[in-house]
Design a protein around this ligand. Structure first.
Ligand SMILES: *Cc1c(COP(=O)(O)O)cnc(C)c1O
Length: 330
């Protein structure tokens, strides 16, 4: 089967760069949602924990349970709210508060302009009284930015909105609240950092999604994908390869089949490997064809560049990869 390598040194390099920006390792929460952006949840959690990261962010309770012994605190972004001592839950709507278990630790998400999740500024007072009424333990207030990776003033506008939120919460007498809003792009473009936590996902995995004008922090891709040769043949000029016979050999060629396909989460589309080999014809469920005779070949070593070729973004390339592909730390 194809396999994925996880480069520990590159991961630690990225974490170090982010810690430099945040000023404090304690403030860095590693986002491990969606199988750690396809890298492997438990494996990345262990590496992050060995490095000294104490906080994680995941999507649901199932993910949190798999890694709970490795972190002192885990923030769960989108699941029903239960009472567990080292978990906190994002409140995405007023209903979340009403359905929460008594005593649960919660972090109020306030919508400052992305209009995806969270309560509005106008609902803050109501949310806080509901939180009191339902005996929840409010430990954090957070927001999420819609355009942190774009060269525009939108980020600053949203940050201003979040300042207003913080002031209102303080006015209402809530203390010992941690405030956090930054994702990777926000921390990578920041000149200073004064919040309590940064939720870092894509940057830790090696991708700086900011336009080149910002690119000062050099990150290194953590994941590579390798596939192995399964069969091999010489085909004459004019022969066709794969479903639909879409590829027509322009000359006699030695064509090999490698064991990675869309069933593994690899996206169907025109693609050239890092060493310049075009995928010949269509991607099959479990196979691709290349003009190559090597026993093993690197299919991808940079999800951002793969995304550019395949009309998508690094995040999608990574998270689609099947959890059943073996992950090996190098
Ligand atoms: C996914 C996510 C992040 C991490 O974003 P990156 O751009 O990958 O750093 C941070 N905060 C929230 C709420 C998220 O959903």
């Amino acid at each position: 089967m194809a396999y994925i390598t996880i480069n520990r040194q590159n991961f630690y390099h990225n974490l170090s760069e982010i810690i430099k920006k945040s000023g404090d390792m304690e403030k860095v929460a590693i986002v491990l949602k969606d199988n750690a952006y396809g890298h492997g949840l438990l494996l990345m959690a262990k590496l992050a924990s060995q490095f000294g990261i104490t906080q994680a962010v995941v999507r649901d309770i199932k993910e949190a349970n798999e890694i709970k012994t490795l972190f002192s605190h885990i923030l769960i972004l989108g699941d029903s709210i239960i009472n567990r001592s080292n978990y906190s839950f994002a409140i995405n709507s007023l209903n979340d508060i009403k359905n929460a278990q008594i005593g649960a630790k919660v972090e109020l998400k306030v919508d400052t302009g992305m209009h995806r999740n969270g309560i509005s500024y106008e609902q803050i007072d109501e949310a806080l009284s509901l939180i009191k009424e339902h005996k929840l333990n409010l430990i954090g207030v957070m927001t999420h930015y819609r355009s942190a990776d774009e060269l525009s003033s939108e980020l600053f506008w949203q940050q201003k909105q979040f300042e207003k939120v913080k002031n209102r919460i303080k006015e209402l007498g809530f203390e010992d609240i941690r405030y956090h809003s930054a994702n990777s792009a926000t921390i990578l473009r920041a000149n200073s950092f004064d919040e309590d936590m940064v939720r870092v996902g894509i940057g830790a995995y090696g991708y700086n999604e900011l336009p080149p004008i910002f690119d000062r922090v050099n990150l290194k891709a953590v994941m590579s994908i390798y596939a192995q040769k399964k069969s091999n043949r010489v085909i004459p000029k004019g022969a066709r390869v794969g479903y639909g016979g879409e590829f027509i050999a322009p000359r006699e060629m030695r064509v090999s089949t490698y064991n990675l396909g869309y069933g593994d989460g690899w996206i169907r589309g025109l693609y050239t490997t890092p060493n310049g080999l075009d995928i010949l014809g269509r991607v099959s469920m479990d196979y691709i064809s290349l003009e190559c005779d090597d026993e093993e070949i690197c299919i991808m070593d940079n999800a951002q560049m793969a995304g550019e070729q395949l009309g998508t973004i690094s995040y999608e390339i990574l998270t689609r990869l099947s959890p059943s592909i073996e992950r090996v730390v190098i």
